[in-house]
Design a protein around this ligand. Structure first.
Ligand code: CTP
Length: 413
């Protein structure tokens, strides 16, 4: 097996430091990384650290005769399987969109015949500027792929909004999806169709108000991304979340539990279904068509709630020929986690339950870490605390082993 190769173009920006982590993680996964740095990138990370982590020399100058003689920029741009640009500043995006080639980074991007993945990073106003929107549209039209940016606090004090570069694991997930699987890792779910639900649902009260919950969608999205990396054909049915769509996944955006059920049904048949969404259990019996007004002095309105359809249960208990072979639910509990999860395994009719304690002090709901128990017919297994990506990776690896076990043994010749 050969190593997959990424050519990483490191642009100028405070997020450039995250590239060191990206290089390390990619190499851990068996992907070779060769780096080009723009002049501005050198203000944020040193070529020495980039060279040490990538275990390769770093290319910086289009007009360096030695560099051109040893490996010309055309070859440099084509020897990789994928070109990744991170961080991509507003200026670099503009140059790419305009077809500039006045330094090594832009010349490589013009000369490459390989897919390009870009992780933008800039101030929210620059990201929202009409010029950046135009450049993005042009680049998308040219077939350039994007990961992020995420929303959040910026390095500048008091600035917040979209513009933070995607995290190294997110860039790597997108890169791996484009590479068609990770460096040397097998693709245990190749040929399998996986449906995942993620995020909260919003249940309308009137045109401006809704009932919701604190789910961020991080766990469900990480599972969809991990399934795609494992080679599956993935449909992610997501409630409203603030996360970018995972690369390599078909994402269906929904609002309410009823929409989610309809879209899950439409995505079937599937081999595996994973229900990570925090579906609202109730909705308002009759949604007001106009905004409910405070009628001065009268009592506050009373909302009558009715139960939402249980998506997990309805799919898990569907007729055998329509039911996915492996149905996995989640259990969000605040007490007696394993006991309640066991009861859910029974009542919902699913095969496995991933249970977690969502009490506020655990920080799991909305946070980056998770601590889960996997409940199957064979018993309960408690996993150590790990990131939601790691939980996703472990779960997908388990599913891979389960699916492999289900395959009829090869007949002896
Ligand atoms: N679920 C679903 N549809 C619903 C409610 C829950 O598909 N209307 C799924 C969730 O995605 C999860 C599992 O059922 O996989 C358990 O969700 P959870 O909120 O833990 O349990 P509930 O069924 O809502 O039960 P309770 O709130 O009483 O704990």
């Amino acid at each position: 097996m050969t190593h997959k190769r990424i050519l990483l173009i490191i642009g100028g920006g405070i997020a450039a430091y995250k590239c060191l982590e990206l290089i390390r993680r990619a190499r851990e996964r068996g992907i070779a990384v060769r780096c080009v740095m723009t002049t501005a990138a050198g203000q944020f990370v040193t070529p020495l650290s980039v060279a040490a982590l990538s275990n390769d020399r770093v290319f910086r100058d289009l007009f360096d005769l030695n560099e051109e003689r040893e490996i010309g920029h055309i070859r440099l741009s084509r020897e990789a399987d994928l070109v990744v640009v991170a961080p991509a500043s507003a200026d670099l995006l503009a140059k790419m969109a305009g077809g500039h080639a006045d330094d090594l980074a832009t010349a490589v991007l013009m000369a490459t015949d390989k897919p390009v993945l870009v992780a933008p990073a800039m101030n929210p106003r620059m990201w929202q500027h009409p010029a950046t929107r135009r450049n993005l549209a042009l680049l998308r039209g040219d077939g350039v792929h994007f990961v992020g940016p995420n929303s959040g606090e910026m390095a500048e004090r008091g600035e917040a909004g979209p513009g933070r570069m995607a995290e190294p694991h997110e860039i790597l997930a997108a890169a791996e999806a484009m590479l068609g699987g990770s460096g040397l890792v097998e693709r245990p779910l190749a040929g399998k169709r996986v449906v995942v639900t993620s995020g909260p649902t919003h249940e309308p009260i009137d045109p401006v108000r809704y009932i919701a919950n604190r789910s961020s969608g991080k766990q469900g999205h990480a599972i969809a991304a991990a399934a795609a990396r494992a080679g599956a054909d993935v449909v992610l049915v997501s409630g409203p979340v603030g996360l970018p769509d995972p690369a390599g996944v078909a994402v269906v955006h929904v609002e309410s539990a009823r929409d989610m059920l309809d879209r899950v049904k439409a995505a079937l048949p599937a081999d595996i279904a994973i229900f990570a969404a925090a579906v609202a259990d109730w909705r308002v019996a009759s949604e007001a068509t106009e905004k409910i007004k405070k009628a001065g002095g009268t009592a506050a309105p009373t909302l009558e709630l009715v139960e939402n359809p249980d998506i997990l249960r309805s799919i898990a208990k569907s007729p055998r020929k329509e039911r996915p072979g492996l149905v996995i639910g989640f259990a969000a509990e605040t007490q007696n986690v394993i006991e309640h999860a066991r009861a859910k395994l029974q009542s919902k009719g699913c095969d496995w339950i991933v249970a977690n304690d969502v009490s506020p002090q655990t920080g799991i709901m909305g946070g980056d870490m998770n601590r889960v128990h996997l409940i199957t017919a064979a018993g309960a297994e408690s996993w150590p605390q790990m990131s939601k990506e790691a939980v996703a990776g472990e779960l997908i690896a388990r599913i891979g082993r389960q699916v492999a076990g289900q395959r009829p043994p090869a007949r002896a010749k």
